[in-house]
Design a protein around this ligand. Structure first.
Ligand code: SF4
Length: 230
């Protein structure tokens, strides 16, 4: 499999924020978000080939009990289901992170789906072709419905937001999906630096108080900034 980075840290986002975890970041993404915080796995993907056996060995050496498989877009890689099966068979708690644009039936304890809102697009003047590709692929309610049906209570939504308009978009999408459990929905400040996070977090927390959605911080960004391997 093509791996951008593999490392131990703490989960900085979502329902397991603060849990020591082993991260497997797969290379490659079908989107090009303008604010992407891991361009090394999307815009300019780098990485090395590792077998599933080598990944399992690294996880075992880490002694972590929770493994987060992220990207990029992990659902892109052919061996992804096999990797999930192997991690589950090893007795690990397996958490996946995806944009929810490509569905496959895979084994996992938690799937964190982060649909991309209209503000995620890259600059259309600088990157017209990538902009068009991103807009075609970024949101598929049909695919999101497949995720909801298959993963049920093992799914959470995590939306990156920066404005009230974004929250309206979130509500419209959830209505379209007929998804009503606000306890499974997180709003997270759009931020790549600790300064941006600090500035936006109070407003996003306010959106959560108004809407009943849960707030997700970005603890790793607070602690280390946007540093690869953290
Ligand atoms: S889906 Fe995620 S990894 Fe891909 S470009 Fe968007 S933010 Fe980056």
């Amino acid at each position: 499999m093509r791996i951008t980075e593999i490392f131990s840290s703490i989960q900085g986002e979502g329902p397991f924020m603060g849990v020591p975890s082993f991260f497997v970041r797969l290379a490659g993404c079908n989107l090009r978000c303008g604010w992407c915080d891991t361009p090394q796995s999307s815009w300019t993907p780098v990485g090395k080939e590792m077998s599933i056996a080598e990944i399992l060995q690294k996880v075992a050496e880490s002694r972590m009990k929770t493994v987060v498989v992220t990207g990029g877009e992990p659902f892109l890689q052919a061996e992804f289901p096999e990797l999930c099966d192997a991690l589950m068979a090893a007795g690990l708690s397996v958490h996946l992170e995806t944009s929810g644009t490509i569905f496959r039936e895979v084994s996992a304890d938690l799937v964190c789906v982060s649909p991309k809102l209209s503000g995620s697009a890259p600059d259309p003047l600088k990157f017209p072709e990538l902009y068009a590709k991103h807009e075609r692929a970024r949101l598929s309610p049909e695919t999101l419905s497949q995720f909801v049906r298959y993963f049920g209570k093992r799914l959470v939504f995590k939306f990156v937001v920066a404005s009230k308009t974004d929250v309206h978009e979130v509500k419209a999408l959830l209505n379209q999906l007929d998804f009503t459990d606000t306890a499974q929905v997180f709003l997270m400040p759009q931020s790549r630096t600790a300064e941006e996070l600090r500035d936006l977090a109070p407003m996003v927390a306010g959106f959560c108080v108004e809407s009943g959605f849960r707030y997700s911080d970005r603890l790793h960004v607070r602690l280390w900034g946007n540093t690869p391997g953290r």
